[in-house]
Design a protein around this ligand. Structure first.
Ligand code: SF4
Length: 315
């Protein structure tokens, strides 16, 4: 599909036929299985100043934390015992993160029988290589927006060029590459979203998280409008058509504003579940969210039941 075609589809009055096509492709390529991944937000320390993010380092109200190695491994163990086979280790971008420490955690979790996905920001090519050698299989690094001007406006600490360089390095190192973007960023148009979608394909993404922008009250974008859930679902459906066998999560932000059932129907096949211990969960507030108490085993069971009730198979 061309950019013009994507723009035309995004603007359709009745999107139903596109949803149906995305769902058909989803069934034929990745089937009815829904993959449930566990996310451990092990630290909210971040050196960046992304203007939409509640834990950007200019927010004076952040209560910083970093889980200990023992806490991370105990949480991963509990998640694996509850049935999870992929552990996503997520944090802010912390240039002081001890890579030997991190690498040993990746190895330990691998040894427990789980695949490790890292989401710890933009690193040097050497660090990306190191973590790959330690056994990390997937890397999530959202490009957030394909428009260099909007990117520059929102990210005083980085450039789109360097983001894309990192994403290409991740792919070349043999990681399963994950990117993604937000719907509803100030200045975004349907053309921008079309470019975002085409960029996912160009980057050979195997995972793409597409979620609505949700303003955080302690950021410079506090008074901006929230992203449109319907437009978000449209973008997910088009991503399914463009990269048919990709893993497309129902992002937590989309789950928040529009319920999970609808999100799956647009071609999604993955759901991410926070397993971060309660004492830390609230401090990892990229965008405002209602947080329930974590009970890893019970939450997993409930999610499996919800997925089965939709006629899908939790794995
Ligand atoms: S979006 Fe990520 S990199 Fe940017 S400030 Fe938030 S945690 Fe840091």
């Amino acid at each position: 599909m061309t950019k013009q075609e994507l723009v035309r589809l995004l603007a359709l009055e009745d999107f139903t036929p596109v949803y149906e096509e995305a769902d058909r492709i989803r069934r034929e390529t990745v089937g009815d299985e829904v993959h449930i991944r566990a996310i451990i937000e092990f630290s909210n320390i971040c050196a960046r100043q992304c203007r939409y993010c509640g834990i950007n380092c200019t927010n004076p109200n952040i209560k910083y934390y970093q889980m200990t190695r023992e806490e991370i491994l105990a949480t991963a163990r509990e998640a694996i015992d509850a049935g999870y086979r992929t552990i996503v280790l997520q944090s802010g971008e912390n240039p002081s993160l001890d890579r030997e420490w991190m690498g040993s955690i990746v190895r330990e979790i691998n040894g427990m029988g789980a695949t490790v996905t890292l989401s710890i920001g933009e690193l040097s090519d050497e660090d990306f290589r190191y973590y790959r050698q330690q056994g990390a299989d997937r890397y999530l690094l959202k490009h957030e927006t394909a428009d260099p001007d909007i990117y520059a406006e929102l990210h005083p600490c980085g450039t789109l060029e360097s983001r894309l360089h990192s994403l290409m390095a991740i792919h070349d190192l043999g990681y399963e590459t994950g990117s993604g973007f937000m719907i509803g960023l100030p200045g975004q148009t349907l053309e921008t979203i079309a470019e975002d979608l085409l960029l996912l394909k160009k980057l050979n993404c195997r995972m793409a998280g597409i979620g609505p922008f949700i303003p955080h009250p302690e950021t410079p974008l506090a008074n901006e409008k929230q992203g449109d859930p319907e437009l978000t679902k449209r973008a997910v459906a088009l991503a399914r058509i463009l990269i048919p066998d990709a893993n497309l999560p129902v992002t937590t932000a989309l789950g928040l504003v529009d319920g999970r059932e609808n999100a799956f129907a647009c071609g999604a096949n993955v759901v991410m579940k926070k397993v971060t211990p309660d004492e830390y969960k609230e401090a990892y507030e990229i965008y405002p969210a209602m947080l329930d108490k974590t009970d890893i085993r019970k939450d997993r069971k409930l999610l499996e039941e919800q997925i089965r009730a939709l006629g899908r198979i939790p794995v």
